[in-house]
Structures are given as structure tokens and as C-alpha cells.
Design a protein around this ligand. Structure first.
Ligand code: PLP
Length: 378
């Protein structure tokens, strides 16, 4: 199998899976219990939180465990408008956010909020000037992702952070860093954000856990009321096995970050060169960006058909619609690509363990697709 869809999800690292197993078999106590086993688990939860916080570059008291990136995005957006409820009803976001941001924004529109969706250029770039132009007295939230999940483009979150400070804006800044965490070097403080969402299954840990950064001093309204876990903000008995695995993946990912980034960048440029040379008619859609994402188009071919064809040959990539249940992607639509280019969009995504052989297998399978599949171009 040649797995080249790491932006959709990543295989769980063995050491992370072992940590989860250990937490389930030997460390299954309830952290809220008043006896020794409970205290032991409370200490473990603290350690796991420290590991993830350290990898993200924030204080342990600024990190809340959630169930996934989607939950963190939803919570941050609702929290920001709740905190700023007396200050206005205008939100700025981008047209290329993940649906975990777009959908809560749409829900707020139904409640009377006005949302400005900044449009990208043909490469998927959004500029700080666009945010400056859209910013108003009554803007209460700016939500901007760090790395786009379909194009790999990096958005100017740090510049937006500085802009909001310079303008003394009341707007809170949320950053969906689900595709940025351990794929770029940053800290929430350096970006100047108030909230940030990350997800474990994109960094070789299991599904079912994510985290939210909340800047110290921001008074976050609770998500789930109950037994008071996660500082009373998100009650519910802790998902200790997932936390244990997330901690290992975050710690190891951070320890090897430079080397991983370099490896993915090398694989990315190898893939760009090989695809350009050996698959004529394939278009690279962006010039650069995050090292793990390479969006291309097999112009004139239907991407879902190509994805299935490749899958039959053991090569897994995405048609760019994995999160859209087969609907055309709003991100590629926002790039306003010509129809034959848009129809043929494929997202290739790498990880620290992707090999040149994986890329070679992709090239061979795409060449076969070009020979054997019908094209709308004649
Ligand atoms: N945000 C981005 C940019 C993503 O790529 C994803 C997942 O694809 C999410 C949010 C949602 O994360 P999760 O799958 O953990 O809910």
C-alpha cells in the first residue's frame, strides 16, 4: 500500500498506540477518584497535557483536551462571539476554511451575525490587507486557518494578530491549526491568537481527541457542564488512552520536527519534479506552502474516477473532497479554476514516513490512468 493521504488522517505511531494500550490495561483508573489510583491518573493527565502543550508551545493551563479539531473550532467560534456579545455582530473568516469553521459561521449568520468570507487568489493566498479592509468597529471575531487542508497554502495569521493589536480591535483571533500543528514552526503566542484548534489524528495519534489553546486571560465559557473536568470547562471523564497516545505523538513529533519538515519538503519537491516530468498534462496548483500537501490536477479527468483507479492499484490519495462526502470542494471552487482543471483536482499529502517509492508508485499509477481512462478533453 502507498498511503499518500496524510492530510485526511495519519497512521497511528506504534509508540503512541502502545501508550494507549498501557493506559487501558494498567492505567484505567478514573482521575476523579479519591483513592491512590485516581491520584495516579490525575498526575498522568497532567503529564500528558504538559507534553501536548510543550509541543504546541503554550502553557499547560492554556490547553484543553477536546474530542477533535472540529469541536475545538466550534467551541472557539461560539466562545468568541459569546465573550464579545456586547461589542458587535461582525465576523471575518476566509472562504477556504474547513467546514468545521464555515458551518458554525453559517449558523451564526442565521442568528443575525454578518460574516465576511475573504476570497483567495488563484494560488489560495489570502492577504493581511484583505483582513484590514474588512475589519470594522463591530468585528468580534477573525477566524483564519494556519495551513489550508486542500491547497497547503499558509495564511498570514501572525500578520493578522499584529494588525488586530495595532488597530486596538476588540475582535478575538481564532486559528484552525489542525493542518499546521507539527507541519510548521510556530507558537500560539508568536501568532498572537486567542484560540487555536489542533487534532491528534493528523499527527499520528488516534481519532477521538483534539485540543484547544485558549490564551491566558480569555474567559472561556464552558462547553459541557457536569463533573468539572478540564477546569470545569469540558466535563466528562477524561479519554485517558487517547490522551496518552496524543502526548507521545506530540512529544516525538516535536522532538523530530526539523527533520520531519525537511523530509516532507524533500519528498514534496521530488514529487513535483517527477510528476511534472513523467505525467504530461498534470498541473501543479500551487507553488509552495506547507511541506506535506501537494495539490495537482490531472486536467480533463474526473478526480473521483482517478482516485478509484489509483486505489485499485494500492495508491491512496484524495480527490480533495474527503471532508465533503463527495461534494465538490468549496476550497477549489473558491480558486475559480477552469472546469477541466477543477474536475481533475487531486490532493497528495505526505508524512515523515513517506518514501520516494510511494511517489514512484503514484507516478506509475497516474501514467496508467492517463492511458486507460477517458478524458473530457479531445
Ligand atoms: N480543520 C482542518 C484544517 C482540517 O483539515 C480538519 C480535518 O480534516 C479539521 C479541521 C477537523 O478536524 P477533526 O477531523 O479532528 O475533527
Amino acid at each position: 500500500m502507498h498511503y499518500l493521504d496524510n492530510a485526511a488522517t495519519t497512521p497511528v505511531r506504534e509508540d503512541a498506540a502502545k501508550a494507549a494500550f498501557e493506559a487501558m490495561i494498567n492505567g484505567w483508573g478514573n482521575p476523579s477518584a479519591r483513592y491512590a489510583l485516581g491520584a495516579e491518573m490525575t498526575a498522568k493527565v497532567k503529564g500528558w497535557r504538559q507534553d501536548v502543550a510543550k509541543a504546541l508551545g503554550c502553557g499547560e493551563d492554556e490547553l484543553i483536551f477536546t474530542s477533535c479539531g472540529t469541536e475545538s473550532d466550534n467551541w472557539a467560534i461560539r466562545a468568541a462571539v459569546e465573550i464579545n456579545r456586547r461589542k458587535g455582530k461582525h465576523i471575518i473568516t476566509t472562504a477556504i476554511e474547513h467546514s468545521a469553521v464555515i458551518e458554525p459561521c453559517k449558523a451564526l449568520e442565521k442568528q443575525g451575525y454578518e460574516v465576511t468570507y475573504l476570497q483567495p487568489d488563484r494560488q489560495g493566498n489570502i492577504t493581511v490587507e484583505q483582513v484590514a479592509e474588512a475589519l470594522r468597529e463591530d468585528t468580534v471575531l477573525v477566524s483564519m486557518m494556519l495551513v489550508n487542508n486542500e491547497t497547503g497554502t499558509i495564511l498570514p495569521v501572525a500578520e493578522v494578530g499584529k494588525l488586530l493589536k495595532r488597530k486596538k480591535s476588540a475582535a478575538l483571533l481564532h486559528c484552525d491549526a489542525v493542518q499546521g500543528f507539527l507541519k510548521a514552526e510556530f507558537t500560539p503566542a508568536k501568532l498572537g491568537v486567542d484560540f487555536m484548534a489542533i487534532s491528534a489524528h493528523k499527527v499520528h495519534a488516534p481519532k477521538g481527541i483534539g485540543a484547544m489553546y485558549v490564551r491566558k486571560g480569555v474567559k472561556l465559557p464552558p462547553m459541557i457542564l457536569g463533573g468539572g473536568q478540564e477546569s470545569g470547562l469540558r466535563s466528562g471523564t477524561e479519554a485517558t488512552a487517547q490522551m496518552a497516545a496524543f502526548a507521545v505523538a506530540a512529544r516525538e513529533g516535536k522532538a523530530h520536527l526539523k527533520e520531519h519538515l525537511e523530509h516532507m519538503a524533500q519528498i514534496n519537491s521530488y514529487a513535483r519534479a517527477e510528476l511534472t516530468e513523467k505525467v504530461p498534462g498534470l498541473e501543479l496548483l500551487t507553488e509552495g506552502g506547507a511541506p506535506h500537501i501537494l495539490p495537482v490536477s490531472l486536467v480533463g479527468y474526473k478526480s473521483e474516477v482517478v482516485v478509484r483507479f489509483l486505489s485499485d492499484r494500492g495508491v491512496y490519495i484524495s480527490s480533495g473532497s474527503a471532508c465533503h462526502k463527495g461534494k465538490p470542494s468549496h476550497v477549489y471552487a473558491a480558486l475559480k479554476l477552469p472546469k477541466p482543471v477543477q474536475d481533475g483536482v487531486l490532493r497528495i499529502s505526505f508524512s515523515y514516513d513517506t518514501t520516494r517509492e510511494d511517489v514512484d508508485a503514484l507516478v506509475t499509477a497516474l501514467q496508467a490512468a492517463q492511458r486507460e481512462l477517458f478524458t473530457s478533453l479531445s
